[in-house]
Each structure stands twice: as structure tokens, then as C-alpha cells.
Design a protein around this ligand. Structure first.
Ligand code: ATP
Ligand code: MG
Length: 276
């Protein structure tokens, strides 16, 4: 599952780590791949990611096996993280001259033999080679959308990139899930944006949206997800519910279609139509 949106600060990392922790708490085995040089997902999961730590940079650029960089997340059983270090900032340029530059992450994941139920990839806020590697490696795209005025601006470019990658490099790829984040039900703007997103995307939008919550934003400073930091908070409960909805949908898509997710994807029109 590729968590992507090239707009910065919309809740990609928060969604990645909290959805991953929720799935793990439901009993799944989950790997978070931190593909952002900022390393925010690694920080939020309490994983050391100073410059010497073996990281996803070594996997992408030096062809190190993924199993040599994956670390278990403290406090959450079944949750693992491939950390990002600051080296990754150079990878965008270093990858350009390497063979199979778009599919290096895909190859690393294919060679990873540990049993997993989900892999969530936290993308940087750009559409460069790192995000392309994630899109080539993944089956599904999860787009967090912040309920603010500019929410849909630029989204068309992401959707066109998804279409391009599907057309040329990864025919399994589809946008399966949209999650509304930082929703403030007291403002008319938030509900207008939510309505616009729901009208445009329909069933891809999870019914559960994530409220703006101080607990969610505090958790990373303790190296924790909100699920362990304050399990009873509204933020924790909404991520648990969103993850449950996403997991159940995944099951029903596989059961409904003889071709599994491929069938669902082929019926779907190109979603970049109609958005700028
Ligand atoms: P970037 O593009 O820089 O990678 P991002 O899309 O990963 O950003 P986050 O880092 O997840 O976004 O979130 C941006 C900021 O908003 C962070 O400070 C985070 O703690 C805060 N935040 C995210 N979701 C919520 C929420 N539901 N309630 C309150 N604060 C939130
Ligand atoms: Mg981030």
C-alpha cells in the first residue's frame, strides 16, 4: 500500500504509522517502509535512524537485502520498520544512473521472504523517483487528503502518475483508498471539502475520517503512534476504525472478484479525469 500525496503536511506519515499500528494491533504482520529522507515515519515508530543505521537507502542504492535493514517496532507486536536516514536525500539523484531505477524497491520487496500481511510505504511530498519506486512496488495507493481549501489542487498530477505507472510499469496499481485527515467538523469548509472529495471519488473514500487531534500530533515526539500513546483518544479510535474499514474492504474486493483486486481495478475508469 503506497501512501502518497505530493502535497506536504497532509497526514501521509501520520496515516502510515497509525494505520500500520492499528492493523498490527488487529493481529496482522505489518512492515512500514520509510521512503522519505525526513525519516518522520521512523521517528514516529521509535526507530533509530541516524546516518550510520542500515536503511532503505542501502536497499535502493547499494542493493542490500531488505531483511538486513528491517527492525521490529518497540511496543507493537507484529509491526516492523525499514528506516530512512538522511542519505536518502541523495538517492533521488543517485538512482538516475542505476539500472532498473524505477523498480529497485519492487525487487527488494519481492526478495523479502518474511511472512507479512501488509506493507505500507510512506512517500515523500514529491513525485520523483522515490515515489515512482513506491508506485511500481505497490498494488494499492492510499491518498490522505487534508480537509482544507487547496486539498484537491495538484491531485490530478498524482492520479496521472498513477495512470502512467499502471500503463507502463505496474498493471496491478490502483487508487483503492482515500482518507480524509485533520477533519474539523465545526467548520463549514471541512465539510464542504469532504463532500467534494466524496462526490469525486465515491467508494474509494473511507467512511471514517480522522479528526484533528492534539494527541495524534503529540505522539511522534514520544516515538510512539497514537495507538500506544493514548489508546482511548478520539484520534486512536478513528485510526483503528479506518484500518478496520480498509482491511474489511480488501477482503470483500478479493471475495467479490474472480480476479481479486485486478478485477476491481479494471472496471474502474481513469480517476485523473475531471481533477486538475
Ligand atoms: P510531509 O509531506 O512533510 O511528509 P505528511 O503528509 O507526512 O508531511 P504528517 O507529517 O503526517 O504529514 O502531518 C503533518 C503535521 O500535521 C504533523 O505535525 C502531524 O503531527 C500533524 N497531524 C497529522 N494528522 C493530524 C491530526 N489528525 N490531528 C492533528 N495533527 C495532525
Ligand atoms: Mg511525511
Amino acid at each position: 500500500m503506497v501512501v502518497a500525496n505530493q502535497k506536504g503536511g497532509v497526514g501521509k506519515t501520520t496515516t502510515t504509522v497509525n494505520m500500520a499500528a492499528s492493523l498490527a494491533l488487529h493481529g496482522a504482520r505489518v512492515l512500514v517502509i520509510d521512503l522519505d529522507p525526513q525519516g518522520n515515519a521512523s521517528t514516529a515508530l521509535g526507530i533509530d535512524h541516524h546516518a550510520e543505521v542500515p536503511s532503505i537507502y542501502d536497499v535502493l542504492v547499494e542493493s542490500k537485502p531488505l531483511s538486513e535493514v528491517v527492525q521490529p517496532v518497540p511496543d507493537v507486536e507484529g509491526l516492523f520498520c525499514a528506516p530512512a536516514t538522511i542519505d536518502l536525500a541523495g538517492a533521488e539523484i543517485e538512482l538516475v544512473s542505476l539500472v532498473a531505477r524505477e523498480s529497485r524497491l519492487q525487487r527488494a520487496i519481492q526478495a523479502y521472504e518474511q511472512p507479512l500481511d501488509y506493507i505500507l510505504i510512506d512517500c515523500p511530498p514529491s513525485l520523483g523517483l522515490l515515489t515512482v519506486n513506491a508506485l511500481v512496488a505497490g498494488n494499492e495507493v492510499l491518498i490522505p487528503i487534508q480537509c482544507e481549501y487547496y486539498a484537491l489542487e495538484g491531485l490530478g498530477q498524482l492520479l496521472r502518475n498513477v495512470d502512467l505507472v499502471r500503463g507502463h510499469l505496474n498493471r496491478d496499481l490502483h487508487v483503492s483508498t482515500i482518507l480524509l485527515t485533520m477533519y474539523d467538523g465545526r467548520t463549514r469548509l471541512a465539510s464542504q471539502v469532504a463532500e467534494e472529495v466524496r462526490n469525486h471519488f465515491g467508494d474509494e473514500v473511507l467512511r471514517t475520517s480522522i479528526p484533528r487531534s492534539v494527541r495524534i500530533s503529540e505522539a511522534p515526539s514520544y516515538g510512539q503512534t497514537v495507538l500506544t500513546y493514548d489508546p482511548g483518544s478520539s484520534g486512536a479510535l478513528s485510526y483503528l476504525e479506518a484500518a478496520r474499514e480498509m482491511a474489511l474492504r480488501g477482503v470483500s474486493v478479493r471475495l467479490d472478484s474472480p480476479h481479486g483486486q485486478m478485477g476491481a481495478q479494471n472496471d474502474r475508469h481513469s480517476m485523473s479525469e475531471g481533477i486538475q
